[in-house]
Ligand binder design. Sequence first.
Ligand code: FES
Length: 134
Amino acid sequence: MAEDTHRIFVCTTCRHQGSDCRPGFELMKKLQDALAVAAPLTGASFEVSGIACMAGCSRPCTVAYRASGKATYLFGDIDPDEDIDDLVAFAAQYRGLEDGWCSSPTRPGKLRRTTLARIPAAMIASESSKVNVS
Ligand code: FES
């Protein structure tokens, strides 16, 4: 049976206040490279993609983790120069969690205090399984 793909979305439109710099592309590339190196630890099932605004604009950069049947996370205040190791460590943790659920003290490094959202998988499943009956 094929392993479910885990997805990481990096906002490529985030800007630091007072700057035109959009560090999301740099963050995405660094994270892709680091995950490739860490594949024996994290598994090869991560896809990293850029995405426009995830509504965390005041906390750049934002990064989201998502997988089928697992809680979804949105992190903010991610620095491409300082936080790649924490993102890779969380990828390994997230992959190992059956339902993706973990509390902030168990998350690596900075991700303990920069979580903007944790959305339970059951909530996503119930929304997606709605059927319009007429
Ligand atoms: S521009 Fe990145 S979250 Fe809005």
